[in-house]
Write a new protein. Structure first.
Length: 132
């Protein structure tokens, strides 16, 4: 088995992010309440809440992978996001529920939550009946 610590480079991070996004989209499309929405409503819901859902999902992946032990990945994160953001992410990761099923339920709740709505609403979302 290949060690992540020995073979990490930027393309590994990009691949992990790509796979995380793909799996998250697949997971959301498997939720019955999501399936009954129109395509426009699905896009609206994902766009409004994607940052919260993707952030929690990535912390889940980060916790369950060897990324937390990879100095180069942490170093890349520091350059990209800064010390404060990385320290907060690590604290959340350490407190994250161990039960993956519960995390998946939390992801669905976040996805359907209107509390995650971005502060600056694009014009095309003003006519979205899901936000009113």
């Amino acid at each position: 088995q290949v060690s992540l610590r020995e073979h990490y480079d930027g393309s590994v991070a990009v691949d992990i992010i790509r796979r995380t996004v793909t799996s998250m989209r697949s997971f959301m499309y498997s939720v019955p309440d999501f399936q009954v929405l129109t395509t426009s409503e699905q896009c609206s819901l994902l766009e409004r809440n994607w940052h919260s859902v993707a952030g929690l999902n990535f912390l889940h992946v980060y916790r369950d992978s060897a990324l937390a032990d990879c100095a180069q990945f942490t170093s890349d994160g520091l350059v990209t996001y800064g010390r404060d953001t990385i320290d907060r992410a690590l604290k959340i990761k350490d407190k994250l529920e161990l039960d993956s099923s519960l995390i998946k339920i939390m992801l669905v709740i976040l996805a359907f939550s209107s509390n995650c709505l971005i502060l600056r609403i694009p014009k095309y979302l003003h006519d979205d009946h899901l936000t009113t």
